[in-house]
Design a protein around this ligand. Structure first.
Ligand code: HSE
Length: 425
């Protein structure tokens, strides 16, 4: 039977989960895949962590060079996270001809082009199913199951932390701060939650998924990004009254040579399948020109789901005759002639507080009309001489909405634009 010796760099939650699957399912993988996967070396500064997973100390490598020089090791898993030193270590492994499997979305989204060039130089493969949406096999589906299609859109809830927070705000009426504190207590949110709550994590994943879906580099710097920190209990309640739930969506669309990529809080109609995706779960809704709508649902994080994706890549890489590389020119730039849009068309929720006086609503309506923003629905709530007016627009250009809002804010008076949230159609 074929034996594949593996090394794991970074024995944290995900690296440990990967080790557990490979050891607990060693016989099962031998039986079903015909390969004996053995973890020969692990690299982690923290020996205690290595011991805590029951890994023999003899397997602890002293440096990445020791792994790179080990001719028996043909595949290296990187579960360290962050850009450095992960990037330098991975480059060493690729140049030594070892396949690399990584869960590192930040690294892939920022340095995919150069890492793939290094992989080609070393004759090695670079696999990253675990980088996006944890245990959900969305990357394999895009690369191996949907080749027949022009993908029109990929719309997802691809960050579990923010989905947990928004679900708590929606279902239990919690404030953002209270829901975040609970997510931190449960270990869903980091002590510094910025990467999740400000949408960076989702923008890295969307850059990778859109590049694969649309067959061109979609640099993460081109992804419009807005987090959930400004979403209030009032917005959540008004969304409910208007027939929506608020989700942090990652939206990628391609129509001919125009690509749109954005991450932001979104009003999702209660009837849409993504509206029912609650807690820390993730889901991705894909539309292809021939296959039509597909939805992928599951756990986007955690030792076991992410470990499952890593082991899938380990098996996949070990069975390939030659490495799999991108099916587009992976040079870090969008293909010539492809425009990455900066203005969007859609419906908007706009929340404005005003002094409750005659003519105020008429003046606001006038500003919207002047800027081509047509109102579909509005709800007014008032107390003590102030009123909150919640507008839902018809589909319009975001630039028109921005102009109208700037005009409202610049007018003397007491009108204040509290929030603007895009609506999924
Ligand atoms: N922090 C991410 C999330 C998981 O909350 O979904 C890893 O990307």
């Amino acid at each position: 039977m074929k034996t594949v010796n593996v090394a794991i760099m970074g024995i944290g939650t995900v690296g440990g989960g990967t080790y557990r699957i490979l050891t607990e399912h060693r016989d099962f993988l031998m039986k079903t895949q015909g390969i004996d996967f053995r973890v020969k070396k692990v690299l982690d500064k923290n020996l205690e962590r290595i011991r805590s997973f029951g890994i023999p100390e003899a397997a602890a490598a002293s440096s990445p060079d020791e792994i790179a020089a080990d001719k028996d090791i043909s595949l290296v898993v990187e579960t360290m996270g962050g850009v450095e030193p992960a990037k330098t270590f991975i480059e060493k492994m690729l140049l030594a001809g070892k396949d690399v499997v990584t869960a590192n979305k930040e690294l892939i989204s920022k340095h995919w082009a150069s890492l793939e060039a290094t992989a080609k130089k070393g004759g090695a493969g670079l696999y990253f199913e675990a980088s996006c949406v944890g245990g959900v096999p969305i990357i394999r589906a895009l690369q191996e199951s949907l080749q027949a299609n022009l993908i029109n859109s990929i719309v997802g809830i691809i960050n579990g932390t923010t989905n947990y927070i928004l679900t708590k705000m929606t279902e239990e009426g919690m404030s953002y701060e209270a829901a975040l504190a609970e997510a931190q207590q449960l270990g869903y949110a980091e002590f510094d939650p910025t990467a999740d709550v400000e949408g960076f994590d989702a923008s890295y994943k969307l850059s990778i998924l859109s590049s694969l879906a649309f067959h061109t580099c979609v640099p993460y710097t081109c992804v419009y990004r807005e987090g959930i920190t400004k979403v209030t209990k009032t917005d959540i309640r008004m969304a409910g009254e208007m027939g929506y739930v608020i989700k942090l969506l990652a939206i990628g669309k391609r129509a001919r040579d125009r690509i749109e990529v954005r991450v932001h809080p979104t009003f999702v109609p209660k009837s849409h399948p993504l509206a029912g995706v609650g807690g820390s779960f993730n889901a991705v809704f894909v539309n292809g020109d021939f296959v039509d709508d597909l939805m992928f649902y599951g756990r986007g994080a955690g030792a076991n789901p992410t470990g499952s994706a890593i082991v899938s890549d380990i098996v996949y890489a070990s069975k390939r005759v030659s490495p799999l590389y991108s099916d587009f020119d992976n040079n870090g730039k969008a293909e010539d002639g492809v425009e990455i849009a900066t203005d969007f068309v859609g419906k908007y929720y706009i929340s404005i507080t005003v002094n409750d006086a005659p003519g105020v609503l008429a003046a606001l309506s006038n500003v919207f009309a002047k800027n081509n923003v047509s109102i579909e629905n509005l709800i007014q709530k008032g107390e003590k001489g102030r009123a909150a007016i919640f507008f839902l627009t018809h589909a319009c250009n975001e630039s028109d909405v921005r102009r109208a809002v700037a005009e409202i804010e610049s007018q003397s008076g007491e009108s204040r634009v509290e929030n603007i949230i895009r609506v999924l159609e």
